[in-house]
Design a protein around this ligand. Sequence first.
Ligand code: GMT
Length: 382
Amino acid sequence: MKIGIVCQATAGGSGILATELGLALAKRNHEIHFISMESPFRLHQFEQNVFSHYVDVINYPLFKVPPYSLALASKISEIAEEFGLEIIHAHYAVPNAVAALLARDMLPPEKRFCLVTTLHGTDITLVGGHPSFYRTTRYAMENSCAVTAVSDWLNRETCREFQLSKPVRTIYNFLDGDKFKPRDGNRAALAAPDEKIVMHISNFRPVKRVTDVVRVFKKVNDAVPARLVMVGDGPERLAASGVAKQLGITDRIAYLGNYEDIEDLLPCADLVIQPSEHESFGLVPLEAMACEVPVIVTASGGITEVVTDGETGYLCEVGDIETMATHAIALLSDEARAGEMGRKGRAHVLKHFQKEAIVGQYERVYAEVLQMLRKQVASSES
Ligand code: GMT
């Protein structure tokens, strides 16, 4: 199949998932065209069957904000026509799916593609639900050939919030268990041999509650010699370092900024903490579990479908710093328990979230919507 993948290029779960999906589909001999603002975050190598196209946005003085969505629609339409794309898979409803619909309408009927939209979370919970975007988000979903959500929780939230006339299918996120696995990393660069490594990875948006990470770590560090490694960047970075300063632990924390080869870093961690307000899925805990690293997360949203409490990690209430710290200290003080939890975590990931099985689910959705389109075309011609 010839498939266009429209995604966010910034560091974030939806762009990462879209990139990994595109690369996996290319390996299965599909022709993949990434369409985005710039090179997707984790797409840094040349691959067979993979093409990238960037949106040209002009900065005309009359526009206070350049109309990216319109430029994106033009680019999708142009690439779909030039390469004969059969499927456009939009990751993140706003603006990607909306722009794809406009792009489809610009094409002559015989060149129109099928639109598959994958909802990732904040496109529904924060952005799509906002009055500024609600109607466009709903329109995009109603007019997609298929809509998927990355967890049952997000699926339910979408149906509740948008009352769609068609079902949403759940297709979980995935990873490559050969890429994310326990390995010897450069631990010595991050901590002394007698120190534990606590890690947090995110884009430091308010929903990630990074100051909770720092507060939990303070309690951990009081009980067990440890280092906190903060990976990523975003608006809450300053707040995190402010709290660390107040708590007198600035020298125990390393901020690494955005880091692409997370599979080299994660195996160095003894524990990963993701205390988000909510997560529709939680790609970071999944990656950590695959590396046999225990996780402490919040029982909020689809993450409860990824982490099993007490087995592969701990699910805590949002903001319950005390409980998170208690679990963290217990795990960091008991290597056998942490090791067992890590092994169970990896086994769980390999059983439920392996790349090949999930990519196959997307392939089946594409085949189904294409068949529907062909039937419609045939019946309109007869
Ligand atoms: O929250 C992020 O880090 C980015 C965001 C995105 O859309 O890029 O992540 C969302 O999509 C990820 C991939 O499906 C999920 O793993 C995250 O849970 C989800 N984030 C939220 O729901 C807050």
